[in-house]
Ligand binder design. Structure first.
Ligand code: PNW
Length: 473
């Protein structure tokens, strides 16, 4: 029987995007290349050689898109600012770039939609990559300079600031496996990048707190809930420990406890991370945050035994050879436990989100007094476009329902979860997968750039308006 689940007053319902995935206009009004522009030009890097050059053309259609958000009853919009649009090279600030975000923020405020700004969603200026990118410590300081420029321009209207989106992906997919920009395959560089991203986060939180004591500051991490395939098998248990260490705890422990996990440090010992950590770094990284953004897409079962049917959720969709995404888990693989999967091949595991939220509350965010927000959750499925233009996506709708139910369950269990952002407001450039994979609540026709709200989007609009969901159709 269907039940109605009511969410707490002031629970925030939103949707998310990222600059390079939706904006387009990649060479307009003074913007220069990011590492993603350069990566997209590398043969075999992105499916079909696609790029974010036009994407959803959000740069020119932002007014229409804010109206779309209003029609979906969104209380907040999570977007990112493009560093090479705002500070194209080391010398100058680009007023035209800042002006775009200022107009977007004004439009949001006029519509009563809270702007939820992320400073870095993977588009490092290519000029900085040519000096080593995140593997170079100096990039952390350049990041803090850029953050202050954005804050100076928008801080009067933007009250929630997220430093980084998913630094795991930036470090380990960008510099380790090479599936993401800048496409480097070097575990020492990946670990250096991880530390410098965290340092950049700490520097920005420290500066912004001083300049703007009332601003809400935080970051967004992506998590995996890796279960040992056989909980009684010591190899499988060790595999799960490694993946948890190199995915979740390598970021959570420095941020909330001011230290890297000892087992993680031992696993990655040969890659020289120790030499990158300087006195005072971990104190900065531990700077108190108000919000922790949780991105959750899938569960996984892992084994430490060699398997022929191993799956790789972090594999490249292209022919180009890539390296492992985990620096110290060579003999570990993910295996199917027969659960349904999305078009990404990711296992649908809503209950993993509940367990994750409880763990964060108990071990990390709770003791620190940090509020949790789901900053991304959603799924790629093949949509059905009907003759009348309607877009039927029952699998996405049920995916969202199942995960939102787990959010409600977590709140009932005492988790301080204050909001939920669906990924994504609209179909967009899905990184190495190009436009092949659609995550939108809204369909984008890439020929006409027309937006059509999907069935899941209509349903989500009702959830946002009523602040409740029905547990069954
Ligand atoms: C996230 N993985 O990316 C990003 O924040 C979004 O920009 C992206 O569109 C969305 O999730 C869907 O993919 C991820 O391999 C990419 O584990 C890859 C992984 C995780 C997250």
């Amino acid at each position: 029987m269907s039940k109605v689940l009511q969410f707490p007053k002031r629970f925030l319902w939103g949707a998310a995007t990222a600059a390079y995935q939706v904006e387009g206009a990649s060479d307009q009004d003074g913007r220069t290349d990011s590492i993603w522009d350069a990566f997209c030009r590398m043969p075999g890097a992105v499916v079909g050689g696609q790029t974010g050059g036009t994407a959803c053309d959000h740069y020119h259609r932002y007014r229409e898109d804010v109206a779309l958000m209003s029609s979906l009853n969104l209380g907040a919009y999570r977007f990112s600012t493009s560093w090479p649009r705002i500070k194209p090279d080391d010398a100058a600030v680009n007023p035209a770039g800042l002006d775009f975000y200022s107009r977007l923020v004004n439009e949001l405020c006029a519509a009563g939609i809270k702007p939820w700004l992320t400073l870095y969603h993977w588009d490092l200026p290519q000029a900085l990559q040519e000096q080593g990118g995140w593997a170079n410590r100096d990039t952390a300081y350049r990041f803090a300079e850029y953050a202050l420029i954005v804050h100076e321009a928008l801080g009067d209207r933007v009250r929630v600031w997220t430093t980084l989106n998913e630094p795991w992906c930036s470090a380990f997919l960008g510099y380790g496996s090479g599936v993401h920009a800048p496409g480097i395959q070097s575990q020492p560089q990946a670990l250096a990048a991880m530390h410098h991203l965290l340092l950049g986060h700490g520097l920005v939180v420290d500066e912004l707190r001083r300049r703007d004591p009332d601003a809400k500051l935080g970051l967004t991490l992506n998590f995996t809930v890796a279960d040992p395939l056989d909980p009684d098998d010591e190899f499988d248990v060790d595999a799960a420990r490694r993946i948890d260490g190199q995915f979740n705890r390598a970021f959570l422990d420095p941020i909330f406890h001011g230290s890297y996990p000892p087992d993680f440090l031992a696993d990655v010992e040969k890659y020289g991370l120790d030499a990158k950590i300087r006195d005072g770094d971990l104190d900065l990284i531990r700077s108190r945050i108000h919000t922790l953004g949780v991105n959750y897409y899938h569960g996984e079962a892992v084994t430490g035994h060699p398997r022929e049917d191993a799956e790789n959720a972090h594999a490249a969709p292209v022919e180009r050879p890539v390296a492992p995404a985990f620096p110290a888990a060579d003999h570990v693989s993910s295996v199917s436990r027969g659960l349904p999967t999305t078009a990404m091949g990711w296992e649908v595991q809503p209950e993993g989100l509940y367990r994750l939220l409880l763990r964060l509350q108990d071990e990390y965010s709770g003791p620190a007094g940090t509020a949790l927000y789901i900053t991304e959750n959603g799924a790629a499925f093949d949509d059905e476009v009907a003759g009348d233009g309607a877009v039927h996506d029952p699998q996405r709708l049920e995916f969202l329902r199942a995960h939102i139910i787990q959010c409600h369950r977590a709140i009932q269990a005492g988790v301080d979860l204050q909001g939920y952002f669906g990924w994504s407001l609209m179909d967009n450039f899905e990184w190495a997968w190009g436009y092949d994979k659609r995550f939108g609540l809204t369909r984008v026709d890439y020929n006409t750039l027309e937006r059509t709200v999907k069935d899941s989007g209509r349903w989500y609009a009702q959830v946002a308006a009523s602040n409740q969901i029905h547990t069954a159709p």
